[in-house]
Design a protein around this ligand. Structure first.
Ligand code: NAD
Length: 499
């Protein structure tokens, strides 16, 4: 069996803690590798290397740092298929979807090529007599990121690309469920010209995360994953004086108004609800048709589309709509929640509970489910299911639909399908959710905008990627300078305006 490694100081390094986690092929259910789980000493070793390497990297001019990013983009394109294949093998998502995962990360790297422009700072000439004032953005030092299983290429790149473009060293603690692609990305960054020790991958679980949270040298922590862990990391990281941004779970509502194009809305729900087996933080998991007639028309259009979904392994190529979920535990949790939905009185219109894929009986496949007449008190409504399960909550009015999305504790993404500009505008203005789609079901912002939810979907002030990332990974220093010829008076004792 393959034994995966850490990537420390430019080399693949075996784990020394003696602890490992199994890495599965979700399509077959087989353990295909084991990944080492680092302890605090291994983490401290990586931090010491990062700390030693970072000042020299921060002193490299931004244009040269940007060139490493340019070369990295070329290498990502060169190795796209290889990366996507490794990603599908460990995650289970289809091959085109895995390529999308790499591509969306690549776009953040492309944005970071703009580092020389983005880091230029500000300057005021003659702020006072002979006085100039300027601000610069300086790297933080050693930074770290903890990432989830569902986007093992994109989310690490959301973090390490801006961190490194800003002159930081970065330690990545990827998900222990699909760690191979992050290791490959670190190798490619070095092939692109990054000095050793600037990007390191330390695999692990809670023990490695706690070592990051408590290490005094680490200046900032980025986290993406479930909300309970996000809250834990935000609390402990902030208490330790670090700059922390944490992104958590989601329950994304899509409101369907009576005037919406119902075929378009149904197609959108199929892609957004069942794509990647529902394992996306921007998946739509709640459909809210407004009015009984809208609901009946929508369900009628959804059912045949759901029944036609093709579920299979990524090796089946373009013939598959979605693959298995990531682990047997994830599958068991989804089916447990489906049972709770039935027990609590929701109407299971499409029942995927007995789904079996011939030849892949041990794989973690979950058939598609559709619940109708779901209510606010049910667990399937309150909890994130993170599987191919769509819940339909019928609302009688637009205000009721809006209120549902507003009242839910999560606030990552949402969408409205309507032909009415007034309603769409009202929705975009009033909704308390970070990312909003108007006739767009998964409104994931592009790399040059920022990504982030509200409420229990995000903790911290700044979003992922885009201009916010350059703020998160730098601190501002403001310099006021006066040359001797500008000094017109002796000691000054008053705090006064510069005139
Ligand atoms: P997870 O919270 O289980 O794991 C995320 C990371 O935290 C992993 O690296 C894991 O090793 C670590 N971790 C797990 N348990 C820990 C503990 N007790 N202490 C410290 N660290 C721990 O999440 P996941 O299952 O990998 O990913 C799915 C979740 O991520 C979903 O809730 C999804 O909505 C969310 N997600 C959110 C976004 C976003 O941008 N808001 C994006 C992608 C995924």
């Amino acid at each position: 069996m393959q034994e995966l490694t850490h990537y420390i100081n430019g080399a693949h390094v075996k784990g020394t803690s003696g602890r490992f986690a199994d890495v599965y092929n979700p399509a077959t259910g087989e353990v295909q590798a084991k990944v080492p789980l680092a302890n605090a000493e291994e983490m401290a070793h990586a931090v010491a290397i990062a700390e030693a390497a970072q000042p020299e990297w921060a002193a490299v001019n931004p244009q040269r740092r940007a060139r490493v990013m340019m070369k990295f983009v070329d290498l990502l394109n060169r190795d796209m298929d290889k990366l996507a294949e490794a990603l599908s093998r460990e995650h289970g998502k289809t091959f085109p979807d895995a390529k999308g995962d790499v591509q969306r990360g690549l776009e953040v790297v492309e944005y970071c090529i703009g580092a020389p422009q983005l880091l230029k700072g500000e300057f005021t000439d003659s702020a006072g007599p002979g006085i100039d004032m300027y601000s610069m953005r300086q790297a933080l030092g050693v930074t770290a990121g903890i990432t989830p299983f569902n986007f093992p290429a994109m989310i690490p790149m959301w973090m390490f690309a801006p961190a490194i473009a800003c002159g930081n060293a970065f330690i990545l603690k990827p998900s222990e469920r699909d760690p191979s692609v992050p290791l490959m990305l670190a190798e490619l960054m070095e092939e692109a010209g990054l000095p050793k020790g600037i990007l390191q991958v330390v695999n692990g679980d809670k023990e490695a995360v706690d070592a990051i949270l408590d290490h005094p040298v680490i200046q900032s922590i980025g986290f993406v994953g479930s909300t309970p862990i996000a809250e834990y990391i935000y609390g402990r990281g902030c208490a330790n004086g670090k700059r922390v941004q944490c992104f958590g779970g989601a329950k994304n509502h899509m409101i369907i108004m009576p005037d919406a194009d119902m075929d378009q809305a149904a197609d959108a729900l199929i892609g957004a609800g069942y794509g990647a087996a529902g394992e996306r933080c921007m998946a739509i998991s709640v459909a809210v048709p407004v009015g009984e007639e809208t609901a009946d028309r929508l369900v009628e259009k959804l059912v045949p589309r759901i029944e036609a979904l093709k579920v299979g392994p990524y090796t089946a190529g373009n013939d598959v709509d979605y693959g298995p979920v990531v682990t047997a535990a994830a599958k068991a949790n989804i089916l447990r929640l489906v049972e709770s939905g039935v027990a609590q009185g929701a109407e299971l219109v499409v029942d995927g509970r007995n789904f079996q894929l011939q030849g892949y009986e041990d794989g973690f496949f979950v058939g598609p489910h559709l619940f109708d007449r779901v209510t606010k008190d049910m667990d399937i409504y309150k909890q994130e299911i993170f599987g191919p399960v769509l819940s339909c909550v019928r609302a009688q009015t637009y205000e009721e639909a809006l209120g549902l999305a507003m009242d839910h504790e999560y606030g990552n993404g949402t969408a409205i399908f309507t032909r009415d500009g007034d309603t769409a505008r009202d929705f975009a203005n009033r909704i308390n959710i970070g990312m909003v789609g108007i006739n767009v079901p998964i409104p994931v912002p592009l790399a040059y905008h920022t990504f982030g939810g509200w409420k229990k979907s995000a903790f911290g002030d700044l979003n992922q990627h885009g201009p916010d990332a350059f703020k998160f990974y730098t601190r501002t220093k403001t310099i006021t300078s006066r040359w001797p010829s500008g000094i017109k008076e002796g000691a000054a004792f008053n705090f006064k305006a510069m005139d």
